[in-house]
Every structure is written in C-alpha cells, then in structure tokens.
Design a protein around this ligand. Structure first.
Ligand code: MEV
Length: 426
C-alpha cells in the first residue's frame, strides 16, 4: 500500500506520522497511541510494524486453594464477570477443602512429516532403528536443555497414509514453553533425514496437541454448600451434574461449556506470558479426543457429594518466549508466588474447574444474566461516556428502568448531567 513500503524498517514515531500523513488518524488519536505505548523498545522488538500497546484489564481472582495452598491469581481479560465468577467458584470449593491437582511429566511433541513414502512400513521400521542417532542429533542442536536435565527422550513413528509418515520427537523441555527448542531440534533431524537418508520432509514443527503434558484438577463439594434461594444444595448439585452430561452429549453445549472454562484459563495464561492460542488449540483437540467434541470437565453426584474433574493439555512455561521480556509477567509470577511450571499448570487447571463450577451454578439457578447485569450495565454506562463518579447513579437508574440499550443509557446520562448542572446553578 502506498506510503507503507518498508513500514517494518521505520522507527515507531515515523510509523505513527505516516498514519497521520495518510489521514487514517488525527493528532489526538496519535497522542492516544503514544500514551498507550509505555514499553516501546520491548514491544517494537517483540512484534513487527509495532504502533502501540493494546491494554487489557488485569484483576485478581481470589479464594483459590490448590493442593493446600491459597493463591492470588492474576487474570487478564476484557470480559465482565469472569474474575467475579472465578472467585465465587473457588470460594465454594475452598469451603470444601480446595482443589486437588495432578500434573503429568512435561513432555512436548514435535513432528517431522515425511511425504512421498513408497513403503511406509519399511520406512517406519528403518526410522525406529535410527532412533538413537536422531535423539543424539536433536540434543546436539540444543545442548543447554540437556545440561538442565531435559532434552529429546523418545521417538515415535506413525503411518498417517500410504505416502505419509509422522516422526514424533518427544522432548522434556523443563521450565520452558519449548516451541523454539522443539523446532530447532526438529529442523536438525529433518536436515539429516533429507540430506543423509534421502527422505522427503514436508514440514517439521511442534505439535500443540500436548498429550504428554496434562494437568488435572478435581474437587469434592458436599451438596449442602450449594444451597441457594430456597433451592436445596442436592437439587442444584443434580442440575450441575445433568448440565455436565449435556456437555458430554451435545457439541453445541460442549463448545459453550468449554468456552466458559477457557474464560479463566486464557486469562491466567495471558497474565503468565504464555501462548494462549496454543493452549486453546490443544484444549479443543483434547475435547474431541474420542472423535466427538465434548465438555472438558465432568461433574457427578455421589453420596451427597458433587465431584468435579477437569483434565486438559497445559504446556505452560515459566521461562522463554515473551515471559522473560514483558515486565508485568515477572510481577504476575511474583503475585502467584510461582516456583515452577508444574505449579502453574496445577493452578490453571484449578482455575478452569472453578470457573466452570461458577458458570454451571449460575446457569442452573438464577441464569447468567442476573449476576452479570450490574457489570454489563457498568460497561454500557462507560460506553456512552459516563465518568467514574457518574457510573453508580447511571447504573442504578438503568437497573430501575430494566433497560439495556445505548440510547437509554445516553439519555440517562444526559438527564443526570442536566440535573447536576441545574443543581450547581441554584
Ligand atoms: C460466558 O462467557 C461463559 C458461559 O457461557 C459458560 C457456560 O455457559 O458454561 C456462561
């Protein structure tokens, strides 16, 4: 596009000036972009064509007792009610002793896809015979991980079609997210397969389906803890279990059920500087692991106890990628009192289950709108320009009117301002 040639080579200020010259933005808007960019050097190094930093709110989810320890959990999210709901779910579980978790070994899987394979079974057994050599090559490509006690551990060969093979490299990445490490190792092996063994490599890349890095959270709530507004805890627990069954049976409901789980998971993953798209992709693939897309969590009632369980792949790191670069990530790690990646996985799994409990609890009792309403009305008031001081009176008036639209919100705000200016005149 004219004026944007070699945009990536321009410095930050010049990139902004071009937006003004080309009449995309005026000076006031440019000032906003400037003001929103507080870490220009870092951000400019992180992505291409950087113009500003897009801020999201960060809040703390409370009441999370995970494996006997209570945490403050930083959530980064744009969605009202997510933090409140997560804290509410966790408060219920806290009264029942908190969440318990288990985390498997932290192994990442990378793939080298071979194409134009003529005799797949023969090639597969040949590759298996090369395992030692390939593992050594992979480890030589990333010696520092071996020093830290990790590295490439195993190879697996899968015939995908008569002409296609996936050679899976399984790597212990220790505290890292591991994407770069895996890709470096895979490419070293791919070069060998191609140049020395004459095999046709199509692609080499980490798999986000991290089935060797699973985290599970469970909880057990005596049903009486769930009693609300004249509905017995036993009845509510039963309804939660039925909602869980529906999410196992119906992909339409399962998708929304899992979206609710990811509300909390993504918020912590983002706050911890991890790649939330990778976690999302892996979670949804895991939800469809038996061929049908299902809810990631399950709830059952037995002997007056509501048992919840959530398991998903959680390849999270505490070092590497943007983790070491973004200053807020370090602060969030400190808020979490984070010691290692396994602990982060455990916390995130618990958050997913707590968030899910709160959503199902609200859905089977009052419905989701009631609890969300005040926060949604707050957003509505903000969207029509209410100041902090005006929020409360505008929200109360909208509640009384039972109105949810911008036109009414604008009118209410105008009325409030008119009243205030009348008062100041008298
Ligand atoms: C909204 O962001 C999330 C819910 O839809 C989740 C659910 O339905 O389970 C409330």
């Amino acid at each position: 596009m004219e004026g944007f040639e070699k945009y990536y080579q321009k410095d930050h200020q010049t990139r902004l000036d071009i937006l003004k010259q080309k009449k995309y933005l005026d000076q006031t808007q440019l000032d906003k972009l400037q003001a929103s960019a507080s870490e220009v050097k870092i951000s400019d190094a992180m992505i291409e064509n950087f113009i500003t930093e897009y801020h999201l709110p960060e809040g703390l989810a409370l009441n999370y007792v995970v494996d006997g320890q209570e945490y403050l959990i930083p959530f980064v999210t744009e969605e009202p009610s997510v933090v409140a709901a997560a804290s509410h779910g966790a408060a219920l579980v806290k009264r029942a002793g908190g969440f318990k978790t288990t985390v498997t070994e932290r192994l990442m899987i990378g793939q080298i896809i071979l194409e134009n394979v003529a005799h797949p079974e023969q090639v597969a057994s040949f590759l298996e015979s090369q395992a030692e050599k390939l593992l050594a090559l992979a480890n030589a490509a990333h010696p520092s991980i071996v020093k830290r006690g990790g590295g490439a551990q195993a190879l697996k060969v899968r015939v995908l079609a008569p002409d296609l093979i996936s050679l899976d490299l399984i790597v212990d990445v220790k505290e890292a997210m591991g994407a770069n490490m895996l890709n470096t190792m895979l490419e070293a092996c791919a070069t060998y397969l191609q140049t020395k063994l004459g095999l046709d490599v199509l692609i080499s890349i980490l798999s986000n389906y991290a089935t060797r890095c699973l985290a599970k959270a469970t909880c057990a709530l005596p049903v009486e803890l769930l009693t609300r507004n004249g509905l017995s805890g036993a009845k509510i627990a039963q309804k939660i279990a039925t909602a869980s069954r529906v999410a196992q049976l119906d992909p339409y409901r399962a998708t929304t059920h899992n979206k609710g789980i990811m509300n909390g998971i993504d918020a912590v993953v983002l706050a911890s500087g991890n790649d939330w798209r990778a976690i999302e992709a892996g979670a949804h693939a895991y939800a469809a692991r038996d061929g049908q897309y299902r809810g990631l969590s399950t709830w059952i009632v037995k002997d007056d106890i509501l048992y919840g369980e959530l398991e998903l792949p959680l390849p999270l790191g505490t070092v590497g990628g943007s983790i070491g670069i973004v200053p807020l990530v370090k602060i969030n790690q400190q808020l979490l009192r984070l010691k290692d990646a396994r602990q982060l996985e455990a916390i995130v799994a618990a958050v997913g289950l707590g968030q899910n409990l709160a959503a199902l609890y609200a859905l089977v009792t009052d419905g989701i709108q009631k609890g969300h309403m005040r926060l949604q009305l707050k957003s509505l008031a903000l969207s029509v320009g209410a100041t902090k001081a005006e929020l409360e009176p505008v929200v109360s008036r909208l509640e009384a009117l039972q109105a949810r639209d911008q036109a009414t919100a604008k009118k209410v705000l105008e009325e409030l301002r008119n009243k205030q200016s009348e008062r100041s005149r008298t």
